[in-house]
Design a protein. Structure first.
Length: 345
């Protein structure tokens, strides 16, 4: 057993895969595996003593490597890097030097390429059972998926006694490189059952990023007022779904301080999820492309089974100078902090 982790199996790479449990005084438990730094479960202990697991996932880590699942792969619950979302033409320049990364989304790159951080076995760093803090790291070698530089990434998870799940990314590189990290949990506040159509969403944003036909950002902003993208007040997803959302929302903040950027609530279970981040953008994906698969507790998942609120810097920012900087240089430290805060309605 590796430092309070349950051994699961040995990955084809030769690295061992473990399952870690964070659990607080309320009985809430979060299950995390070092394969893909995946959050497999987020089990909220409810006032009536029932358990509400608010993220989609599998019960067994091995299922995340299943060939059928990987064919229709939705990045369920995983860390995403080196670069979240899409990079136009799978290429960019740093200091007038051209870099060409792997193309796994037509002519573009999505979520770091064919084998991004979501499919890597992360190394154990530490686990504090008293404070419920787990730290993992991944060393991405120079040239992986075409990205320059040896990049060391750390992720730290913490579950507190308010049932909030906090995670932080830090990273350093020995060469200038492109970095934009996120986490790809699918939330369903009804114990993962049914669809998220009745879930109500609020996003602290008055602008979205224009996208081309391949869903890559163009550099233009679109004001959300009087459109289906205006979530400044709560709206149910099925009020205006129109095919679903796969859209980047620029949040109303001008600094890197931790602040609330989005909220999701279910009147059925009386839970609200608030998302706080240091990042300038949240990407809403309503899971319309989620494959029909059987998840944990024998639940049948499919389109709209869960929604993602992916905090990050602007997609394709590496190619758009007016967007926030996503170049990490030697001597600098990448930092991102996020909180999933649970509130009862």
């Amino acid at each position: 057993m590796e430092k309070a982790g349950q051994f699961c199996f040995t990955h084809p790479s030769g690295k061992d895969i473990y399952l870690y449990s964070l659990h607080n005084a309320n009985g809430t438990e979060v299950l995390i595996t070092n394969y893909g730094a995946i959050i497999m479960a987020y089990k909220i202990s409810m006032p009536d003593k029932t358990v509400n697991d608010i993220v989609l996932g599998f019960e067994n880590v091995h299922d995340y490597l299943n060939a059928d699942y990987l064919k229709t792969y939705p990045f369920m619950g995983a860390a995403v890097g080196r670069y979240a979302n899409r990079i136009k033409n799978a290429s960019f320049q740093i200091d007038d030097k051209d870099f060409f990364v792997s193309k796994n989304w037509g002519n573009d790159q999505l979520h770091g390429g064919f084998d991004g951080f979501d499919k890597k076995v992360w190394d154990f760093v530490s686990f504090n059972e008293e404070s419920n803090i787990l730290q993992l790291k991944y060393n991405s070698p120079d040239g992986e998926e075409g990205f320059p530089g040896n990049l060391e990434v750390n992720i730290c998870f913490e579950l507190n006694d308010d049932n909030d799940l906090i995670y932080e990314y830090t990273a350093t590189s020995d060469q200038p490189t492109a970095v934009n990290l996120t986490h790809h949990g699918y939330f369903n506040l009804n114990n993962g059952e049914g669809t998220i159509g009745e879930h109500e969403v609020k996003i602290y944003s008055d602008r979205i990023l224009e996208q081309d036909e391949g869903l890559v950002t163009t550099g233009n902003y679109i004001f959300a007022a009087d459109t289906k993208y205006d979530f400044r007040e709560f709206h149910a997803i099925n009020e205006r779904v129109n095919g679903g959302y796969d859209q980047s929302f620029v949040v109303d903040k001008n600094d890197t301080q931790l602040s609330i950027v989005a909220e999701v609530q279910s009147k059925k279970t009386g839970l609200k999820l608030q998302v706080l981040t240091s990042e300038p953008l949240v990407h809403l994906y309503t899971g319309q492309g989620f494959p029909k698969i059987r998840g944990k507790y024998n639940t049948e998942y499919g389109p709209f089974s869960g929604l993602c609120l992916e905090t990050q810097k602007h997609p394709n920012a590496i190619n758009i100078s007016k967007f926030p900087n996503t170049v990490l240089r030697p001597g600098e430290k990448y930092f991102q902090k996020n909180v999933y805060k649970i509130v009862e309605l």
